[in-house]
Design a protein around this ligand. Structure first.
Ligand SMILES: NC(=O)c1ccc[n+]([C@@H]2O[C@H](COP(=O)([O-])OP(=O)(O)OC[C@H]3O[C@@H](n4cnc5c(N)ncnc54)[C@H](O)[C@@H]3O)[C@@H](O)[C@H]2O)c1
Length: 316
């Protein structure tokens, strides 16, 4: 049995990773400040600290000073759009927090750090599969902060901290927050469709993304523990390949249509735009496959179906 520190345990991805570690019989110490997380996501088996990762007193006096086998740093403000509201906050919550955790890990004899980075570090890119050697030119404060965190990981390698940054593409799936309409593309559109019977898309249907199901993302985090060669690397974690927003909407509308006896149409409006939005990006999975042995198990159709079956039972 190993002991892991997981941040963001009350959130979508952090709770899924923590639960997978618990299911493998490991011990999990978790942190979350509950800004977007919810208490129901935190398993009673976790030793939980409701605290802010940017708060130095957390490391000085609250967290147990014990050896962690790895730190999974997943907490974060996770929206490019929201990062424009208060860039200084974004820097503190996403980047300064990373520095605190790296330092805390080293001071407590932890040599392994796995970080939830993002496709947003790439920014504007040509219409082709993006590999990890592509240029990084973030378009949001969020992307800038995540890229800075990746560089801090790199600098801490010299002190013996072996780190992996997983550049997550658009993650979706069961457990995603369906009430937060500023975070997550699939969850926003699915929630609008189920709650209001219509979808408003800010931006063009020609934009494209690469959607990855939560179970595949969890698997990628776990694979980092097994594959020592992932240390010192930034690795894309993606799923569906190039998928336009228009085709995502079509799939969602079809899912609703397939079970609706009324045959009611879902009106879809494309209007407005979002600050810092990228026109399009999709990933090469080659490095993930070579280093982690990662291969997504979910297609977009199977992932959407599973999420839809879960979401339609929720009370909005
Ligand atoms: N969901 C995606 O598509 C996606 C894509 C790329 C990267 N990521 C990254 O993955 C991570 C998790 O994203 P998510 O989708 O689960 O979002 P989420 O909002 O569901 O989870 C983030 C969790 O972190 C907590 N948190 C935020 N700031 C904190 C802080 N300073 N201290 C302690 N807790 C804090 C929140 O309360 C929340 O529970 C984020 O770092 C995000 O940037 C997500």
């Amino acid at each position: 049995m190993s002991k892991y520190l997981v941040t963001g345990v009350a959130g979508f991805i952090g709770s899924a990773v923590a639960n997978a570690l618990l299911a493998q019989g490991h011990e999990v110490v978790g942190i979350d400040n509950m800004t977007t997380g919810s208490p129901e996501n935190v398993s009673s088996k976790i030793t939980f600290f409701q605290a802010d990762c940017q708060d130095p007193s957390l490391y000085a006096s609250k967290l147990p000073k014990q050896k962690y086998d790895a730190i999974f740093h997943i907490a974060g403000q996770s929206s490019g759009e929201i990062s424009f509201d208060d860039p200084s906050y974004d820097l503190r919550t996403n980047t300064e927090s990373t520095l605190h955790l790296l330092k805390f890990g080293l001071a407590n004899d932890c040599k392994r750090f796995i970080y939830a980075s993002t496709m947003s570090v790439y920014g504007m890119q040509p219409d082709k599969e993006i590999d990890e050697s592509s240029s990084t030119f973030p378009l949001s404060f969020y992307g800038v902060g995540k890229l800075a965190s990746e560089h801090y990981l790199r600098l801490y390698e010299q002190f013996g901290m072996r780190s992996t940054a997983l550049r997550l593409f658009n993650v979706y799936g069961t457990g995603q927050n369906m009430s937060n309409l500023r975070q997550g593309m699939v969850s926003i559109f699915m929630a609008m469709m189920l709650k209001d019977g219509k979808i408003h898309v800010k931006g063009s249907p020609e934009r494209y993304r690469d959607f990855v199901y939560i179970d595949d993302v969890v698997n990628a985090f776990l694979l980092c523990l097994e594959r020592e060669s992932s240390a010192g690397q930034a690795i894309n974690i993606s799923g569906s390949g190039r998928t336009t927003v228009g085709s995502l909407i079509d799939k969602l509308v079809q899912l609703k249509g397939s079970e609706s006896s009324s045959g009611k149409e879902i009106p879809v409006k494309f209007e407005g735009s979002t600050a810092g939005d990228m026109h399009g990006i999709y990933a090469s999975q080659q490095k993930a496959e070579e280093i982690l042995g990662y291969k997504p198990k979910f297609t977009l159709d199977s992932g959407l179906k599973r999420m839809y079956d879960w979401a339609k039972e929720l009370k909005f």
